[in-house]
Ligand binder design. Structure first.
Ligand SMILES: CC(C)(COP(=O)(O)OP(=O)(O)OC[C@H]1O[C@@H](n2cnc3c(N)ncnc32)[C@H](O)[C@@H]1OP(=O)(O)O)[C@@H](O)C(=O)NCCC(=O)NCCS
Length: 196
């Protein structure tokens, strides 16, 4: 049985930078995966045996990550009360155990605890987890557009919006199903994210 710890931090370390750089399929090994938002954000981490094996970034606005990446063309709310959910990653050897799904539910719980009202996120239009994201309340807004985010560069992304208060019940329900599910049966989940 593996213990998977979920925790949030404002520190962005070289270990986290490496996980992201090596996990994104098209980022070169020489170019840093860090950007100006990393030190302004909260990172929700999945940790196994003291190693960070997954993370998702939360950036409370201002600044707006999605508006910066889209050149202010994203058709979504921005400003106070909005939180950007970006840079989700799970280490290759730990994929397929529902760790991303668990981390997303924990991330939404953390976003609500930070008093954000609306979460916004970009996904690639054919992202494999779009149905899962709809189950926790994320809805498409507008048509896909170009996001320019270093070091990857131009990517077509679909904007998603979630109402943290209204969709909280869905998040906790899905989280409970993931933890008791078949793919997590060999994991014990210990979370320091506040469930309120
Ligand atoms: C996208 C990503 C975060 C998903 O992480 P993950 O922890 O493997 O996802 P989960 O285990 O929660 O999801 C399980 C899904 O992965 C599939 N899967 C199973 N084994 C897998 C494996 N070895 N590798 C990848 N996916 C696998 C399952 O079929 C399942 O799909 P389903 O729920 O439709 O049946 C991960 O693939 C990743 O880091 N990719 C690179 C970065 C990226 O694209 N991030 C998205 C930014 S929005």
């Amino acid at each position: 049985m593996e213990t998977i710890r979920i925790a949030a931090t404002t520190k962005f370390t070289s270990e986290m930078e490496k996980l992201r750089r090596t996990g994104f399929h098209n980022s070169s090994s020489e170019t840093s995966s860090s950007d100006e938002f990393d030190t302004l954000s909260i990172h929700v981490l999945a940790i196994i045996r003291d190693e960070i094996i997954g993370m998702i970034r939360l950036t409370l606005e201002p600044p707006s990550v999605l508006q910066t990446w889209s050149g202010w063309k994203a058709p979504i709310p921005h400003g106070e009360g909005v939180i950007d959910v970006t840079r989700g990653i799970v280490a290759k050897q730990w994929r397929g155990f529902d760790i991303y799904k668990l981390l997303m539910t924990e991330t939404m719980i953390k976003a609500k605890a930070l008093n954000a009202k609306i979460a916004v996120a970009p996904i690639e239009p054919h992202f494999q987890h779009r149905t899962f994201l709809s189950h926790i309340g994320f809805q498409n807004v507008g048509e896909p557009l170009i996001f320019n985010h270093p070091p990857i560069g131009d990517t077509v992304g679909q904007c998603l919006v979630q109402r943290l208060q209204k969709d909280f019940g869905k998040v906790t329900e899905v989280r409970a199903k993931i933890i008791s599910g078949e793919r997590m049966k060999n994991f014990r989940v210990v979370s320091t994210i506040e469930l309120r």
